[in-house]
Design a protein around this ligand. Structure first.
Ligand SMILES: Cc1cc2nc3c(=O)[nH]c(=O)nc-3n(C[C@H](O)[C@H](O)[C@H](O)COP(=O)(O)OP(=O)(O)OC[C@H]3O[C@@H](n4cnc5c(N)ncnc54)[C@H](O)[C@@H]3O)c2cc1C
Length: 438
């Protein structure tokens, strides 16, 4: 039997890998470069569309735990991330080209993997739909028909990338907050006057008017910087521009600090951390140029605001990520209503494993709701309130730990989850059907 994985993004490549290592043939359909999305820049598999950071590696954070659980389930994305790692303090950041190349090479090394560059317009049994937040219109129509749903989108924003050699280093310095990660960031300080001028210009700058745009639909975890500035004069200083943690590096305490994070292994490109925006390109040059170190910044990519598609999973999707009214079709990735690269990849792993179990007439995996993987799929399948895309957070756990100390509590959550998952991998023989691990 052959599975069609629709979409070669983070979720699609994980789903394909789980099927291939279990000896199942995969036709992966990726529409780029035949049809591009408004955001992807290449035809690479698993392209990271915005930040090159896959967030924390620290095991006492939900993001660190998520990575650990993914590794335990043989994640291809985690393998690729460590292969393409660039320094970024506590975070796992990657060279995006190397990251994608590793994944494509690994998948192509399986003889029963076929990559077809074509837009899929119809859905059929044994499909895994992993078409992501920028799914094509045709597949959206097919999804609407399959699930009988009405709403399929919200809005999101991305931050700009500039060249390193355009930064004025007489007005910037290297360093990470609280020395976590050495010289991985470039920091651009602003004094009090510079900060308030910057904020005023940011608020009044010209924006791209989006058709059908409604403010209430901006996803709060990725709020445009100009919207954040509008919330109050100091909101940026207490948010992404907080000037804390640099006492040893600067003589005079800055009023605010803009951080730039490395984008590539050649150390040529940097992104403006937290600067997701909907300003016009011209205004981005003008307003971000008010940051003293970025006066002559050269932009290789401007921030943009875009549509972000997800389905109303609770009620439509089973906890094994199959469709309630057609259990031989699975969904994976951000389209399910998870938020983030790693969360999308995780659901690809789970959909891939469960599709393999379905084909081999084995029971689906049943993960504890006190693992981050189990908690996330439970959120997707069973959430009862106003369903919004969800990243990995400890709050999703069902059995709360009451330890008072926050750090100790987080570590306990992680340790418990890892123990539970390793027990379940063994008891449910989750990895026992793997025939070829590359
Ligand atoms: C602009 C933007 C910025 C983001 N920034 C971040 C970030 O910085 N950090 C973070 O953690 N998360 C971010 N996210 C959220 C999310 O983690 C990523 O979108 C992630 O790539 C989702 O993975 P996915 O596999 O679900 O979708 P994708 O990675 O988008 O993969 C889906 C693939 O399906 C293809 N496709 C679509 N329709 C069809 C079709 N009909 N036929 C064939 N192929 C099709 C697309 O070309 C694409 O390659 C961002 C999302 C967006 C939209």
């Amino acid at each position: 039997m052959k599975v069609r994985v629709i979409g070669g993004g983070l979720a699609g490549v994980e789903a394909a890998y789980q099927l291939l290592i279990r000896g199942i043939e995969v036709d992966m359909y990726e529409m780029r470069p035949v049809l591009n999305t408004p955001i992807h820049k290449t035809s690479n598999l698993a392209e990271l569309v915005c930040s090159n950071s896959l967030k924390s590696e620290d095991i006492s954070t939900a993001q660190g735990l998520l990575k650990k659980e993914m590794s335990m389930l043989n994640s291809l994305v985690i393998q690729a991330a460590f292969n393409a790692k660039v320094p970024a303090g506590n975070a796992l950041a990657v060279d995006r080209e190397e990251f994608s190349k590793f994944i494509e090479k690994k998948l192509k090394s399986f003889k029963n993997f076929n990559l077809i560059r074509e837009e899929v317009k119809e859905i059929k049994p044994l499909d895994i739909i992993a078409t992501g937040p920028l799914s094509s219109n045709a597949i959206c129509e097919a999804i609407i028909n399959l699930l009988d749903i009405k709403k399929l989108y919200f809005y999101d924003a991305v931050s700009p990338i500039i060249t390193k050699d355009s930064i004025d280093f007489s007005k910037a310095f290297y360093g990470s907050r609280y020395n976590k990660g050495g010289d991985d960031y470039i920091n651009c300080p602003l004094n009090k006057d510079e900060y308030y001028i910057f904020c005023n210009e940011l608020i009044s700058a010209k924006k791209v008017i989006l058709k059908d745009f409604e403010k209430k639909e901006i996803f709060s975890a990725c709020m445009p910087i100009e919207e954040m500035a509008r919330k109050g004069v100091d909101s940026l200083r207490f948010g992404p521009l907080r000037p804390v943690g640099f006492y040893e590096q600067v003589l005079e305490k800055p009023w605010a600090i803009v951080q730039l994070r490395k984008e590539d292994n050649y150390d040529e490109l940097y992104n403006l951390v937290g600067f997701q925006t909907n300003l016009t390109f011209k205004e981005q040059r003008r307003v971000f140029g008010l940051i003293p170190a970025l006066k002559n910044a050269v932009f290789v990519r401007y921030g943009v605001m875009h549509k972000n598609i997800y389905i109303n999973s609770p009620g439509n999707i089973n906890i094994n990520l199959s469709v309630k009214n057609n259990p031989s079709i699975f969904f994976a990735g951000q389209i399910l209503g998870v938020e983030g690269y790693m969360e999308s990849a995780l659901t690809g792993i789970i959909a891939g494993i469960n599709m393999a179990k379905h084909i081999n007439q084995l029971p689906s995996i049943d993960l504890s709701l006190d693992t981050i993987s189990g908690a996330l799929v439970n959120y997707v399948a069973n959430y009862k309130g106003d369903f919004q895309p969800m990243p990995a957070i400890f709050d999703l756990f069902i059995t709360k730990i009451k330890t008072k100390d926050k750090k100790a509590r987080k570590l306990e959550y992680s340790k418990r989850a890892i123990e539970l998952l390793s027990k379940q991998i063994f008891e449910q023989k989750i990895n026992d059907d793997i025939v070829l691990l590359k």
